[in-house]
Design a protein. Structure first.
Length: 212
């Protein structure tokens, strides 16, 4: 396969195979999460968000079960769900300080839009639950890509409330559902710097034959 060199994109890809998409490769090579604490208004409008969620849902999905769903937290709903976190925190930690409770009230206010991605597996003999959970994770990553491609920042996090049963109940999750994560989306205060990445040689093997 012939490779087409592009020195202007040296920081992303040294070459692009013929028929490849240089812009997509550049995006995949440089995407960076943005801390929720480093986001500002505006977030995506409803039309842009709809496009982003459509992209997010375009993931491997064995048997086409769509084992995930979205809960969008925006506007005043961010404060209301923050009150839920504060109430649950106060029950879980009676000694929690006023500062701690205020932090919980403000969690969802860190970004203009927060999308809760819910893993919602459907029993199926040909689609193990683990595959469906992985599919929900792919949704979260695709949403990050969609945010970045729209010039926005995104961060996929869980934190304590993603694992709390009372919080899950407050969000209306069913007993067999759980949060794959909360994706915070907004305008970055500044361009994020890159971080160290894994050594490819340390995490990749090309075995000649199965190990004895």
């Amino acid at each position: 396969m012939k490779a087409v060199a592009d020195s202007s994109d040296a920081n992303a890809t040294e070459s692009v195979p013929e028929g490849g998409d240089r812009q997509v490769l550049r995006h995949l090579s440089t995407r960076r999460s943005v801390s929720a604490a480093a986001m500002l208004e505006p977030g995506p409008d409803r039309a842009t968000l709809a496009t982003m969620l459509t992209i997010a849902a375009r993931v491997p999905d064995h048997k086409k079960l769509a084992p995930w769903r979205f809960i969008v937290i925006e506007g005043e709903a961010r404060a209301r769900f923050g009150e839920l976190l504060a109430r649950v925190c106060a029950v879980n930690e009676p000694e929690a300080s006023t500062t701690r409770l205020e932090t919980e009230r403000g969690r969802f206010l860190r970004a203009p839009v927060v999308v809760a991605v819910v893993s919602s597996p459907t029993p199926h003999p040909a689609a193990p639950e683990w595959e469906q959970v992985l599919s929900a994770g792919a949704v979260c990553l695709n949403l990050l890509h969609a945010a970045s491609a729209n010039g926005l920042g995104g961060q996929w996090i869980t934190e304590w409330y993603a694992y709390d049963e009372a919080v899950k109940l407050g969000f209306g999750l069913k007993p067999d559902e759980r949060f794959a994560g909360f994706v915070y989306i907004g305008t970055p205060k500044e361009k994020p710097t890159d971080r160290d990445r894994p050594d490819l040689a340390a995490i990749t093997r090309f075995p000649d034959a199965p190990a004895a």
